[in-house]
Ligand binder design. Structure first.
Ligand code: 4YB
Length: 484
């Protein structure tokens, strides 16, 4: 039962390179051999608690060795790991409602810290609604283990027919649709590995290298690091959440622009040879600064449904996100970016069913807008962040990209607001260490943006709980309408 999965690459590496270091954590190191033993044990612990093929295990946690091992153990059992950000129980419940139908067993594992802020009532509700998994539980005696497994089998039979196509799903990560309803993006191992292999065909990552799990695993940017590590048999580092410390000893890291900025400002010696940037437009000067410090810096355009990176290139002086990587295809229809290929998710998971995310020809509508520049894809914005002001078309991202080039601006977000005269006008929220009026932004923007694109007002960006790796436009919009 431990060997349901064909491409469990950790088994391959444990037999070909048993003594090589697979995993480095804040506390210890694991060889492939030791890792595989841990995963086997964990798989038995989970099986004894009823986790079986096709079951969905919701994991609520920040990055930790437990989460990584739990995911691999679930794959071994043919179970699906739904990775979820630690958040108030109400929001976790929204995800649970997407995952589980009536009468389905809600397996949940959460780190202690993920529920430490829960009220007593929420804690009780969590424990009543869900079957909470215990990773430290003893591996049960074989008799009760068999009984549990039979119960698991009965569950699996119940799920049967309609579920056959969800059988091979390995992971679910959530992405918020434009409506705000969470969508559960379901990938198989093969899709993740197709993504990893396509990227690593151009970006060098060797067995002696070490990729830091520098982004949350409940986001595709973090999860995809795991599959790059597995596909190569290199080393994975799981830090303690302090990037400046964690980065020591890592040769590779995936970073968003703000992380890179912080790291470079810190001016510490780095062993990094490669950085992969993505998730948003990254200002050229920042890429330049990284390259000047000797790090080979890549910029990618990625999206959850395509298991992270779709296009990428070593950064140069040209504002684009690079060429289409192997195993993906990109098509522009009326400037709108459509994606196809082996890395696309099997579908959106909904209570045991898979809802297709592609059209009849197999293309996925990214809702991003872009153009080709000498064979490279330039992202100009999202279709939903496009608005018409006084008859002119404006992309929020275009204004943000210019603002983000300002040396004193960490991040910016442009929001369209109602205007009696123009219908809609842009307003900007600015995250800066300096006093924002001192930046003289209208003046600074005057020779960089067409006049009608210069925001009517600038506000300091409110502190908000960082949800995943991106600022939430929805939250910022709500803040603005409450505070304006
Ligand atoms: C962009 C964009 C770009 C995304 N320019 N808009 O492994 C990686 O590829 C990676 C490395 C470092 C940091 C992040 C990543 C990612 O995976 C990012 C994947 C991601 O952000 N997925 S998402 O579903 O949360 O958001 C996708 C959206 O983000 C896209 O639809 C774009 O709107 C935007 N985006 N890369 C401009 N280079």
């Amino acid at each position: 039962a431990d060997n349901l999965c064909q491409p469990c690459l950790w088994h391959t590496w444990a037999s070909t390179r048993p003594e090589a270091i697979a995993l480095v954590t804040a506390k210890s190191e694991y060889t492939w051999q030791a890792l595989v033993e841990r995963i086997h044990r964990l798989a038995r612990v989970l099986a004894a608690q009823g986790v079986s093929e096709g079951a969905v295990v919701t994991v609520v946690s920040n990055n930790s060795p437990d989460v990584v091992m739990l995911h691999l153990a679930c794959i071994q059992l043919g179970a699906i790991t739904a990775l979820t950000m630690p958040q108030p129980y109400q929001l976790i419940q929204e995800n649970l409602r997407v995952l589980y139908g009536e009468g389905q067993r809600q397996f949940v594992w959460s780190s202690d810290s993920a529920i430490s802020g829960f009220s007593e009532q929420d804690r009780q509700r969590l424990f009543t609604d869900c079957q909470i998994l215990n990773l430290q539980a003893p591996v049960a005696s074989s008799a009760s283990c068999l009984a549990r497994r039979d119960a698991g089998r009965r569950d699996a039979e119940q799920r049967d027919t309609e579920q056959r196509d969800t059988e091979k799903i390995a992971s679910i990560v959530f992405t918020s649709g434009s409506s705000g309803v969470p969508k559960a993006v379901a990938h198989t191992q093969e899709q993740h590995l197709a993504s990893a292999r396509g990227l690593l065909a151009v970006l060098s990552f060797q067995q002696h290298d070490c990729w830091l799990l520098s982004l949350p695993i409940y986001h595709v940017s973090g999860l995809s690091i795991l599959y790059r590590w597995l596909s190569v048999g290199a080393c994975l580092k799981i830090g303690s959440g302090q990037l400046e410390q964690d980065i020591q000893g890592a040769t590779h890291a995936s970073l968003v622009a703000t992380q890179l900025k912080r790291l470079l400002d810190h001016r510490q010696p780095l062993q990094l040879s490669h950085v992969l940037l993505g998730g948003s437009d990254v200002p050229l000067p920042l890429c330049q600064q990284a390259r000047d410090s000797g790090i080979e810096t890549w910029l990618g355009y990625g999206i959850t449904e395509a298991a992270s990176t779709v296009t990428a290139k070593p950064t140069d002086g040209i504002a684009s996100a690079g060429r289409v990587l192997p195993n993906r295809q990109v098509q522009l229809r009326n400037k709108r970016i459509y994606i196809a290929g082996d890395t696309l998710a099997s579908g959106y998971y909904y209570q045991g069913l898979l809802i297709p995310l592609v059209d009849e020809q197999g293309w996925f509508d990214s809702k991003d807008v872009g153009q080709w520049v000498d064979g490279e894809l330039r992202i100009t914005g999202r279709a939903d962040n496009q608005f018409i002001s006084g008859g002119e078309n404006i992309h929020c991202e275009e204004i943000e990209a210019v603002l983000n080039r300002h040396p004193d601006i960490r991040q910016s977000l442009v929001i369209p607001v109602h205007s009696a005269e123009y219908g809609v006008r842009p307003v900007a929220l600015i995250d800066s260490a300096s006093d924002q009026s001192a930046l003289q932004l209208p003046l600074w923007l005057a020779d960089k943006l067409t006049r009608f694109k210069i925001p009517d007002a600038f506000f300091p960006m409110p502190q908000q709980p960082q949800t995943g790796i991106k600022l939430s436009r929805k939250a910022m919009r709500e803040w603005l309408s409450d505070n304006q």
